[in-house]
Design a protein around this ligand. Structure first.
Ligand code: ATP
Length: 479
């Protein structure tokens, strides 16, 4: 509880430093050049007025998720392996083509002039295992910083690993905290009601209980499902650095991860083809194997990773690797990055093997009984003629949103039924009619109060609603 309070204080502290003066009083932005483009649009170069210091500017819409991003980035940013966040402004900005200025968050960050990690490696002559260790150590230390603050990054991918400059020994740093999350052990106290819970979450709970009873040794800080997804990512990145292609890839290029590939990931089916791996040390293979464990609880945690023998630079080999030449194949690399990105998206949601239903639709008599009795005990507290207690309304409102999330991310075998989804959405909206964040989210998904006017991607809807739930939980806990 204390930990939760202190992280909320930290968020408030960071947000209180947000500048409302105009950014152009302090910085000159070069709108003619782009450093890169992400889902939130381009990142621009800028210069501090009166000096020659150069920075990178990322602009986000001013909404709770963006404020969370800057808060988490700012907390992690005092570390040499993480892109520094220098200044944050909340300004009204009007882009060409927009009818009026919109509230936006402007993040002034350390300029990373050396491009993305894999582009650099693909151009590097004589890239060795020892150099791969140097990068792996920096990547791992950035994640160690996040995990030590109980923050899971959850979007660790090559596009978010940037080099400071073009020098040979340029450091690599982690950026983009858009999916980061305070991981206060809440995966051991599930966000989802018990019938939604993923097996991994139950396993985390079991492990925590066993640690508390002293049956197994205590791990340093809660090791949760979310944190374990960062470790998985490090495994994939190390694998690619060493051989030039990803551990899991589709047989034929396609826009979606195939069922077969999904099986391979779930079963941990990858190998070390002799052609490229013959010259690679057994220690490297041992580490990759321990990072790409299917069961998150069997995966190394960040401290174990840092201590692994392969991570000790002086022991790695100086034999040149084939990976740069293989990475030059742009199509293969793009495919590898897309697949990894999709894997991360699915890892951020609970286990797909569980079929979720709202309580009202449950067939299981135990769940139905539990649902009835919990309703009754709440009902008993309502005095006739009196308004419903606020906490009960809040709980109901969140439960209805979770019903939609659950249906989106874990639809029944036959797939998502649009009509039923709309029914659930209508109920959720009725219970949350005063929530402006929900209104805005639904508007952007073209919800007209009864149905979605354009096909809605269930994962997008789930993400939007889980942000609403997060905000509601945050509000409830600060009241
Ligand atoms: P996504 O989630 O799609 O990655 P995003 O909108 O959150 O996108 P970022 O990943 O933060 O954006 O940045 C997009 C691109 O901008 C990066 O891939 C990189 O090429 C460039 N970029 C980001 N930050 C910096 C920086 N500090 N210095 C230089 N270039 C940067």
């Amino acid at each position: 509880m204390e930990e939760k309070d202190s992280s909320l204080n930290e968020v408030a502290n960071v947000l209180s430093k947000l500048k409302t003066s105009s950014i152009v009083d302090d910085y000159t932005i070069n709108w003619n050049q782009k450093l890169g483009t992400g889902v939130n649009g381009p990142v621009w170069p800028c210069k501090k007025n009166g000096t020659n210091e150069r920075f990178a500017l990322k602009i986000l819409p001013d909404k709770p998720s963006s404020r969370m991003e800057i808060s988490l980035h700012s907390r992690c940013s005092r570390h040499p392996a993480i892109v520094t966040l220098y200044d944050v402004y909340a300004n009204e900005v009007q882009f060409p083509g927009e009818a009026h200025p919109c509230p936006r968050i402007l993040m002034v960050m350390e300029l990373m002039d050396g491009g993305e990690l894999f582009d650099r490696i693909s151009q590097q002559k004589g890239f060795t295992e020892a150099q791969a260790v140097r990068y792996a150590k920096q990547i791992a230390s950035s994640i160690q910083q996040c995990h030590s603050l109980n923050i899971a990054h959850r979007d660790l991918k090559p596009e978010n690993l940037l080099l400071k400059d073009n020098s040979e020994n340029s450091p690599v740093k982690l950026s983009d905290f858009g999916f980061a999350k305070v991981d206060d052990g809440s995966l051991a106290t599930p966000h989802f009601t018990p019938y939604y819970v993923a097996p991994q979450v139950l396993e985390a709970q079991r492990r925590q209980r066993r640690e508390e009873k002293g049956i197994i040794p205590t791990s340093p800080g809660p090791y949760t499902y979310d944190k374990s997804c960062d470790i998985w990512s490090i495994g994939v990145i190390i694998y690619i650095m060493l051989c030039g292609y990803p551990p899991f890839y589709p047989e034929t290029p396609s826009r979606k991860i195939s069922r077969e590939m999904c099986h391979r990931i779930m079963a941990g089916q990858y190998d070390f083809p002799a052609e490229e791996w013959r010259h690679i040390s057994d220690e490297a293979k041992d580490l990759v194997t321990k990072l790409l464990k299917v069961d998150p609880m069997e995966r190394l945690n960040i401290s174990e990773l840092m201590e692994h023998s392969w991570m000790q630079e002086n022991r790695a080999s100086n034999v040149t690797l084939n990976s740069p030449a293989i990475m030059l194949d742009k199509n293969l690399m793009e495919e590898a990055m897309r697949v990894h990105s999709e894997q991360l998206t699915s890892m951020r949601l609970p286990d797909k093997r569980v079929v979720l239903k709202p309580v009202a639709k449950a067939n299981n008599p135990i769940i139905r009984k539990r649902a009835r009795s919990s309703c009754q005990s709440l009902d008993n507290r309502v005095v006739e003629g009196q308004p419903e207690p606020k906490h009960r309304k809040d709980t109901d409102a969140i439960t209805k949103l979770r019903d939609v999330i659950a249906y989106c991310i874990l639809p029944p075998q036959g797939g998502c039924n649009h009509e039923y989804l709309c029914e659930l959405m209508q109920t959720a909206q009725e219970h949350n009619h005063e929530c402006n964040t929900l209104k805005a989210a639904l508007e952007s998904l073209r919800w007209n109060g009864k149905a979605f006017e354009a096909p809605v991607e269930p994962s997008k809807l789930a993400l939007a609603l889980s942000n609403v739930v997060k905000e509601k939980n945050l509000n409830n806990s600060t009241q």
